[in-house]
Write a protein that binds this ligand. Structure first.
Ligand SMILES: [Zn+2]
Ligand SMILES: [Zn+2]
Length: 438
């Protein structure tokens, strides 16, 4: 399947012409041997290698040998800190160590290294190749960097990799924890696709079935091969890596994050925010998203059993006091709540009229909404079984999150972005306080 030209230049049935920013995707055994060829394609004279201690050992040394053998000169910066945070200090160090005689950036790593390399590529205006070291998150094909800035979690516009190199020999050596995170970020897609369709029904938000199908197919491959992941079975590793790249490409195709992220990602986002503000424990993105997926699946099961009650919903919205709620948000998230409160000032999702309008659609389309949940979601027990298969954590407690904050985490997910997710549906129905979140 030619992923990068999946839709060609013709408009899709959704009306959009879907294009991906990635120019080349090479996923195979020994893929890094193709690096010189890729570099020459961009006519780079000297490349800048960026890695941390772990990723240098995992792939950097081999890359350096290949470059030397092919007379390609390079400079390098290897981050001394392997617990690298995606913050001002890390970006500053990367920029300060950058060799300006280089005309290409090559990131060797996954999450944070990729996020910072993308920024380095954007600021230095050089093309960028990522040599992936782990199938651990879906940022390989995205044009944003997930960073912490001024102590807040932000998604910064950066630059998408021109070339993604996924060498199966390297990826299959990734630490177990990163493999679990990768599959975790994939199973989140059950919820994201479900919510994309629900949002389309309730708010009329843009939706593309073709893009959703692409993600579903990739997800199925990951799940079908899950048993082999920890055995480092080639097909399992490849499925997860490609799935994650497809997640990123699907977001580029759709122009929104919908195909790859929903309320389960917001659970993770809230825990990240609290980590920055209060120093509470933070786990890998994909691990947190997997736990969020279990929680979301359980919540959906409860919502499915409810019959919408118009009077109750209207009364709940009427009695909702935003000043009390925003005070709670501030206490729960500290300064991170400011952006959420500013967003509501613009969005006015709690406005009575806006709510009544949404509620009418929900009541009218409830059967359709239920059908979407039925079609897209995996039962919570199945999600857990899948996580057991790969030995990944399933509960907030097992990743160091205090179970007492989980209900408030769910409540706060509706305020993160202007995006219709499960918590908003539960609020619209007036049942958000009644659902058990554990
Ligand atoms: Zn489309
Ligand atoms: Zn993700």
């Amino acid at each position: 399947m030619d992923l990068l030209h999946y839709f060609g230049n013709e408009p899709c049935s959704c009306g959009k012409v879907h294009t991906a920013a990635v120019e080349e995707l090479i996923v195979e055994k020994g893929a890094i041997k193709k690096l010189p060829e890729c570099i020459r394609k961009y006519q780079a004279k000297k490349v800048f290698l960026f890695a941390d201690g772990n990723t240098w050992k995992a792939a950097g040394e081999a890359v350096a040998v290949i470059l030397a053998d092919n007379d390609i000169s390079y400079s390098k910066y290897i981050f001394p800190n392997t617990a690298l945070e995606p913050d001002e200090a890390a970006v500053g160090a990367a920029v300060m160590h950058f060799d300006h005689s280089c005309d290409m950036v090559i990131g060797i790593g996954s999450g944070v290294i990729n996020d910072i390399s993308k920024i380095l590529s954007k600021t230095s205006k050089n093309p960028y190749i990522i040599v992936a070291t782990a199938p651990s998150m879906d940022g390989y094909a995205s044009a944003t960097s997930s960073m912490s800035m001024d102590g807040l979690k932000v998604s910064l516009p950066s630059r998408c990799a021109n070339v993604i190199l996924g060498d199966i020999d390297i990826l299959s050596q990734a630490p177990e924890h990163l493999l679990q995170a990768g599959l975790g970020d994939m199973i989140a897609k059950y919820v994201s696709i479900c919510e994309w369709r629900i949002a389309n029904i309730i708010t009329g938000e843009y939706y593309c079935e073709e893009v959703a199908k692409l993600v579903r197919t990739a997800l199925k491959k990951c799940v079908d091969n899950a048993e082999g992941l920890l055995k480092r079975d080639e097909d399992a590793i490849k499925a997860v890596f490609e799935g994650l790249v497809i997640g990123g490409i699907a977001m580029a195709y759709a122009g929104v994050s919908r195909p790859a992220s929903g309320v389960e990602h917001y659970f993770s986002h809230i825990w990240d925010m609290r980590g920055l503000e209060f120093g509470t424990k933070v786990e890998l993105h994909g691990i947190q998203c997997a736990v969020g997926t279990v929680l979301a699946a359980r919540l959906y099961e409860q919502v499915k059993k409810r019959t919408p009650d118009k009077e109750k919903a209207l009364q709940y919205a009427e009695e909702f006091d935003y000043s009390v709620w925003s005070g709670k948000l501030r206490k729960f998230l500290g300064k991170g709540a400011d952006a959420m409160i500013a967003l509501e000032a613009k969005e006015q999702k709690y406005d009575g009229e806006a709510h009544a309008k949404r509620l009418d659609i929900i009541l009218d389309k409830w059967e359709d909404i239920l059908a979407v949940m039925e079609e897209e979601l995996l039962p919570a027990a199945e999600v857990e079984k899948l996580l057991d298969t790969i030995g990944a954590p399933k509960t907030p407690e097992s990743i160091g999150i205090d179970p007492a904050i989980v209900p408030m985490t769910f409540q706060a997910t509706k305020d993160i972005r202007d995006k219709y997710v499960l918590s908003r549906l539960a609020w619209d129905l007036g049942i958000i306080d009644e659902l058990s979140v554990e």
